[in-house]
Design a protein around this ligand. Structure first.
Ligand SMILES: Nc1ncnc2c1ncn2[C@@H]1O[C@H](COP(=O)(O)OP(=O)(O)O)[C@@H](O)[C@H]1O
Ligand SMILES: [Mg+2]
Length: 233
């Protein structure tokens, strides 16, 4: 579904991605792992057309490189950035309705009620200003809002950073549920343990390149790769 080939990315004069190659199949969850500064966030931004990039990024056969971000979103890719980007002054429900409006039309669009079923706390707090939600609730809101746009592929950047273990479990269950609905996910995650519970395949980056790509068994068997390229803990 998504094919990234020879991807290079730059911030002004800094050359950050150095010929990255990987693929995501429809409905697959690919965990993108690596140490801080490895280039994982930059990879997501490059797919969304938010950094200067060269190479090829094809989605359902269509070249995304060079397209503006809104066209890439319209093609069916949603991006949940690290900082969550909710509208702090709007209520939970107003944030969700905006997600619906920005979506691409589909035969079986997600409904607000389904989001509330996935995250009951959002139903409880639907008239609360989004800015006063806890970090975990904001993450749930951000994920729900993206899903209401009916993407086929979700790019999610470190959703569990700084969250309590209980909240992380809720997010894990959410990832598993949307995966069961056939949505593909490119998940940037620091916690190997969580990635192991939701991902089909693993891509590890170091210094702007892929240093490992494979399934769980291969990753767990490879102590050297894990020790050299992943954060401890
Ligand atoms: N806006 C920016 N301007 C310049 N350099 C940046 C910018 N954002 C990230 N970088 C640099 O790009 C490299 C990769 O960063 P990033 O993609 O955020 O890594 P990761 O998400 O894996 O921690 C790092 O060396 C970082 O300092
Ligand atoms: Mg990052």
């Amino acid at each position: 579904m998504l094919q990234v080939e020879h991807l290079h990315a730059y911030y002004d004069q800094s050359h950050i991605l150095h010929g990255l190659n990987f693929e995501i199949q429809a409905g697959e969850v690919l965990a993108l792992l690596g140490r801080n500064g490895a280039g994982r966030s930059t990879t997501l931004k490059a797919i969304m057309g938010m950094v200067r990039a060269e190479g090829s990024i094809r989605y359902r056969g269509k070249q995304l490189l060079g397209l503006p971000s809104f066209k890439i979103a319209q093609a069916g890719i949603a991006y949940v950035p690290e900082n969550r980007e909710i509208f702090a002054e709007l209520s939970v429900e107003q944030n969700l309705r905006l997600g619906q409006k920005l979506g691409i039309s589909k035969q079986t669009p997600w409904q607000l009620e389904e989001m509330y079923a996935l995250f009951p706390i959002l139903l409880e707090r639907r008239h609360t200003k989004a800015g006063v939600l806890s970090g975990g609730e904001q993450q749930m809101l951000s994920l729900s809002r993206s899903l209401l746009g009916n993407p086929d592929l979700l790019l999610i950047d470190e959703p569990t950073e700084g969250l309590a273990p209980k909240v992380i479990d809720v997010l894990r269950d959410f990832f598993i549920k949307i995966k069961q609905r056939g949505i593909a996910i490119l998940l940037v995650e620091q916690k190997l343990n969580l990635a192991l519970q939701v991902a089909d395949r693993f891509l590890i980056m170091g210094h702007g390149q892929a240093v490992f790509e494979g399934e769980q068994q291969a990753l767990l068997a490879n102590d050297i790769i894990r020790q050299e390229w992943l954060e401890v803990g």
